[in-house]
Design a binder for this molecule. Structure first.
Ligand code: FAD
Length: 464
């Protein structure tokens, strides 16, 4: 049945009071009937405003038209011309500020559920396609890729398709970057990311884990090994702290550490012996996706009270609207216009409370958001045994520190040309969070794509 209403076909979901006790995926995905009905809401506009909202210019109306005609494999083929990780993007892209924000349907009602349809098509392909990825004919040229997050996986995939012999060097024991260690299972099942990685291997990409470039091997050594170009997609995995008293107490984590212990070290599975605190009450400092993920994870580990402590109001929160909505439904308590000033410990050095002050909003600051101002004398304490800091991440300085001539900006991000992703060193390209600072999966993928194209041109011109 076509969906003729002003609203998106609702996404089937686990009930909030059930899902906040398990790590299964929250959103269950459209059925074929739901997808076809939703696809029929697309007006197939001539000027395709949705495409302009997508950082990798997915031909959105074209893939949706195939869904409307039940041509799901054709829809997948269209999608994957522009994005190599549709099952991931369909789940985690901030569509509400990208493609869906430009949808004409959104003027009078809700936009077409583009992300939900993307996810449907990708999942349908995974469940139904029998065709194994083919290993492209190799062209005899070697490229090294550093890191195995979405920027690197995209770059490696595109280069492999062009015939390059690609070796990926990943610091952790598992490939996938934030998709594996950061974003929780209940938002992005790891099996999906693993399938994408297996697909790359099937195309002939070699992935070496436990390889910290800058320590184990330098860029010069990679060149000396016969790689003609290097791509750096080392992300932004260095957590920022508030530098308030008490950040060293037992029970204080960076969100990255907390999430890595749960996701990558499988702390959520009883048969795993991962050391992690299962907090009784936890305060998460921050208002982005990372904060929401940490809060919802703490809840699932059994916390009674989980507080989001954020110094501005909900309107300024950088997290996706859907994540905020899901967090609230699951019982996360929002302490807005609240800023921590100290974390207090008991006599054994364990966190026992977080001291905060109330804030009010003043004039907009350089970020365009209203500046939070402290209300003098408004200090109060929240009794918690765990404080998780989720106020942002910076690029890890290891590679720039060990690579002479690799230019970085004052935020520690590798400087790369916006179009070619070329760095200050010949033959070295970079993209993703390592260049932009903490951003999004789709932007990292877009950068990885541009870099693959530039690397191909660079190697061809060198060998012409
Ligand atoms: P990463 O994914 O960080 O991958 C970099 C990889 O490089 C890592 O595997 C790292 O181990 C490896 N590496 C680092 N240094 C070295 C070295 N010296 N040698 C070898 N390997 C190295 N974005 C969204 O679009 N939607 C979301 O919902 C969303 N939620 C998020 C939730 C969390 C908890 C976090 C942390 C981020 C989230 N993001 C989200 C942001 C998004 O995940 C990142 O922007 C994206 O993963 C960046 O991709 P990348 O490839 O540049 O880096």
């Amino acid at each position: 049945m076509p969906n003729m209403t002003m609203t998106k076909t609702p996404m089937p979901e686990q009930k909030p009071d059930v899902r906040n006790h398990n790590f299964e995926e929250v959103a269950l995905g459209y059925t074929e009937e739901m997808a076809v009905g939703e696809a029929q809401r697309c007006l197939n506009c001539k000027n395709k405003p949705c495409v302009t909202g997508c950082p990798v210019m997915v031909p959105i109306p074209e893939f949706i038209a195939h869904v409307a005609n039940r041509e799901f494999e054709e829809a997948y083929q269209v999608l994957t011309k522009a994005t190599s990780l549709p099952a991931v993007c369909g789940r985690v892209c901030p569509q509400e500020t990208q493609c869906e924000s430009k949808c004409v349907r959104g003027i009078k009602g809700e936009p077409v559920g583009i992300g939900r349809l993307e996810r449907f098509v990708a999942d349908w392909h995974m469940a139904n396609s029998k065709e194994a990825p083919k290993k492209p004919q190799q062209n005899g040229h070697k490229v090294a890729v550093i890191g195995a997050g979405p920027a690197s996986l995209t770059c490696a995939g595109d280069l492999a398709n062009m015939g390059y012999e690609v070796t990926v060097y990943e610091a952790l024991h598992t490939a996938g970057g934030v998709l594996m260690y950061g974003i929780p299972q209940f938002r992005l099942p790891k099996e999906i990311v693993q399938k994408e990685i297996d697909g790359l291997r099937a195309k002939g990409v070699t992935i070496l884990t436990d390889m910290v470039i800058g320590k184990v091997l330098t860029l010069d050594e990679l060149f000396a090994d016969g790689f003609e170009a290097i791509f750096i997609g080392s992300g932004a995995g260095l957590p920022n702290f508030m530098h308030i008293p008490g950040e060293g107490l037992v029970g204080t984590y960076s969100a990255n550490e907390f999430l890595t212990r749960v996701n990558l070290m499988k702390a959520y599975r009883p048969e795993y012996d991962t050391p992690i605190l299962r907090p009784k009450n936890a305060a998460i400092v921050g208002g982005g996706n990372v904060a929401m993920d940490a809060a919802r994870t703490a809840k699932r580990l059994g916390s009674e009270h989980v507080y989001i402590v954020y110094r501005r109001s909900e309107a300024e929160m950088p997290a996706r609207a859907e994540e905020i909505h899901h967090a609230k439904e699951e019982g996360i308590e929002f302490r807005l216009l609240t800023n921590p000033v100290a974390i207090h410990g008991d006599e054994s050095g364990k966190v026992c409370s977080i001291e905060c002050v109330e804030m009010e909003l003043g004039e907009p600051d350089a970020s365009g958001r209203r500046r939070p101002i402290e209300k003098q004398g408004s200090n109060f304490e929240l009794p918690v045994d765990c404080a998780i800091i989720a106020i942002g991440n910076s690029p890890n300085p290891l590679i720039p520190a060990n690579t002479s001539g690799l230019e970085v900006n004052r935020r520690g991000c590798i400087v790369a040309d916006e179009e070619t992703m070329a760095t200050s060193l010949p033959g070295v390209y970079a993209a993703g969070d390592a260049v932009s600072g903490a951003a999004t999966v789709i932007l990292a993928m877009g950068g990885g794509k541009k870099a693959a194209k530039s690397i191909d041109e660079y190697i061809k011109s060198k060998n012409a």
